[in-house]
Write a protein that binds this ligand. Structure first.
Ligand SMILES: *[C@@H]1O[C@H](CO)[C@@H](O)[C@H](O)[C@H]1NC(C)=O
Ligand SMILES: *[C@@H]1O[C@H](CO)[C@@H](O)[C@H](O)[C@H]1NC(C)=O
Ligand SMILES: *[C@@H]1O[C@H](CO)[C@@H](O)[C@H](O)[C@H]1NC(C)=O
Length: 584
């Protein structure tokens, strides 16, 4: 495994750099291997020297003949040799100990508790070549922002075995499918499922998939993913052995596009019409469609109530369509409370951990990521990500947005100011370099900022490079190459040291969550003017749930769900949204 990891990239066109941001070798495995090789060599030489010395001393100690042993030089030599012998023996013993210790180190890093498997978050049972990013991303990302809890790790391993037992075409799957086809449901099945329908843009899909997976963990269901048009091109399989994709012959697959709030099996519709919901037992439907899209109604929102969860528990197939990160509202369901707190002692790590567990770019996208990183970002002392998403009509560039970006990055000391009076920076010599990765549908902001740092020196002498991988001019949800580049850009943003994001942008949420970064959020401009202050630091790295319910399930009336518990608060960028925070 060690060998494969080390050699893998070499025979690949996408050769990887071993250096991290500061030019330090980050690949600890190769260090261990080198050291142990060297130590092994020293140890072997030691043994040889030792045996030679030993035989020499035996010869010298041999029976005295002709009084040779009485000669002073020979005695001195004998004394010296036994001294040397002792020293060499000690040295060899010491080397041997070091060798053993280094072997232990190396085998520990092969067993991988800290690095490659992200503190146990990732399962060891993968063919690394099929998905290079899974184990190589650790060389580019900063360390995980916290350690995943041992409970989370054990639940993930348990989920992986559940998938083997219940995954597509298993005996239980076949049996549960029969019930779905016949429409009759009469006994509890061993395996229950939540089917995620591919819906909405890339950023939303990543957020909803993480939400659906957490819901599956909480309810002991298997998550099956509708591959849509491009899911398989974008993401590696996250689970060992069994695919997470919904099989193509799944009976309801052709109806996914018909599923909406008015669909007879829609849970909200069933509640509204009072049909077929019988929580006392025998007539539980074999499947229910959950409409959790931003336009959902009050009845659909009852999904977030405990009573409804205890009914849904009995339904073997839940089919879900959503475009929102609904995790914060799961934290407000009392029956999930304990489990969630065991899984995530630190609340703001939910997406960070689930994201790093689930979302690994395919080799093609990983190539886009690392080639760009190595060409433009790797050598800088510091990397800054600026993610621009303008929701106004047209893509710009708008002067007020440019003003806002510059005001924020200057005020927060992310980028240095320029000196308009001087043409040459005062001091020569080595200056800190900053690489700025910009993402935007328009190239206008990038060009203006790049020119600004070309035309003028910085007041600090720092060297600033501005880079933008693509500019598609308008968002294309279904275009495959567009999605691939968008995913590569999100990933590149997550590799930066400091991140500036736009309000309301799921693209930014994903980048900050994967990177474990608390971004500076650019406030949404009103009336075509740059807001003041231009930005603020996020309270946590968690994404914002844009369309949460405001309902007290017990009291059956409206309530401010952002004021119920300390760890669920309103978002910085959307006053009615909800997000998870720690200690605020
Ligand atoms: C489940 O059904 C499929 C065909 O629909 C079949 O190929 C597979 O062998 C079945 N699985 C088991 C465990 O019987
Ligand atoms: C609900 O279930 C009970 C017992 O299982 C059954 O007697 C009753 O007819 C069901 N009601 C409806 C509306 O299906
Ligand atoms: C935006 O402009 C409109 C009229 O031009 C004004 O009524 C409104 O108060 C302004 N909003 C803000 C936030 O300044």
């Amino acid at each position: 495994m060690l060998k494969r990891f080390k050699n893998g990239p070499d025979d690949d066109p996408e050769k990887l750099s071993d250096f991290d941001s500061h030019g330090v070798l980050r690949d600890t495995y190769s260090i261990c291997e080198l050291n142990s090789m060297r130590l092994m060599g020293v140890f072997v030489v030691c043994l040889m020297v030792l045996s030679v010395l030993f035989s020499v001393s035996l010869v010298l100690r041999g029976p005295p003949s002709n009084g040779v042993s009485e000669v002073p030089e020979a005695r001195v030599f004998e004394v010296k040799s036994s001294e040397v012998l002792a020293q060499v023996t000690f040295c060899c013993f010491f080397t041997f100990l070091k060798f053993i210790a280094s072997e232990e180190d190396a085998s520990m890093s092969v067993g991988l508790p800290k690095d490659k498997l992200l503190g146990g978050l990732l399962s060891a049972g993968f063919d690394e070549r099929s998905c290079l990013s899974r184990h190589q991303s650790v060389m580019y990302h900063k360390e995980l922002s916290d350690k995943p809890s041992s409970y989370l790790i054990s639940r993930l391993r348990k989920y992986e075995s559940l998938l083997i037992q219940c995954g597509p075409y298993s005996e239980s799957y076949n049996r549960t499918l029969e019930q779905l086809k016949s429409g009759n449901y009469n006994r509890p099945s061993d395996c229950n499922y939540v089917v995620w329908i591919s819906f909405s843009g890339l950023g939303n899909r990543i957020l909803t998939l993480a939400s659906a997976f957490l819901y599956a963990l909480l309810t002991n269901r298997v998550l099956l993913v509708d591959p849509g048009v491009d899911m398989a091109d974008l993401f590696c399989e996250p689970f060992p052995e069994i695919s997470w994709f919904l099989p193509p012959d799944f009976p309801l697959k052709n109806q996914f596009s018909d599923f909406n709030q008015e669909y007879p099996q829609c849970y909200g519709k069933m509640l509204k019409d009072n049909t077929a919901i019988n929580s006392t037992g025998s007539m539980v439907p074999s499947y229910v469609y959950l409409h959790l899209v931003h336009d959902y109604g009050d009845h659909d929102k009852l999904f977030f109530c405990d009573d409804d969860q205890s009914f849904l528990k009995k339904v073997p197939w839940l089919i879900m369509k959503t475009d929102n990160y609904f995790v914060p509202s799961l934290f407000l369901i009392p029956s999930f409370e304990q489990e969630l707190s065991n899984l995530f002692p630190k609340k703001e790590t939910v997406f960070h951990f689930l994201g790093r567990y689930l979302f690994h770019p395919t080799n093609r996208i990983w190539g886009l990521v690392i080639r760009y990183y190595q060409a433009y970002l790797a050598k800088a002392d510091e990397r800054i990500g600026i993610q621009i998403r303008v929701f106004d009509t047209g893509t710009g560039p708008f002067q007020h947005v440019l003003d806002q970006i510059l005001a924020c990055t200057l005020k927060e000391d992310l980028l240095p100011d320029i000196n308009r009076k001087q043409d040459i920076a005062r001091s020569s010599g080595k200056h800190k370099s900053k690489a700025v990765l910009m993402t935007s549908l328009s190239s206008g902001y990038f060009e203006r900022i790049r020119d600004m740092y070309w035309e003028h020196p910085t007041v600090t002498g720092e060297v600033v490079g501005i880079y933008q991988p693509s500019h598609e001019e308008f968002q294309q949800t279904e275009n495959q190459m567009h999605s691939q580049k968008a995913w590569a850009e999100i990933y590149l943003l997550s590799l930066t040291d400091a991140l500036v994001t736009s309000s309301w942008s799921t693209f930014g949420y994903v980048a900050q969550g994967l990177g474990g970064l608390k971004p500076w959020i650019l406030y949404k401009p009103e009336n075509q003017t740059a807001p003041e202050p231009p930005c603020r630091r996020a309270m946590s790295m968690e994404p914002c749930f844009h369309a949460p319910p405001f309902y007290d399930c017990k009291a059956r009336r409206g309530i401010d769900t952002g004021a119920l518990v300390p760890h669920v608060k309103h978002c910085e960028d959307m006053s009615w949204g909800l997000k998870l925070v720690d200690s605020y």
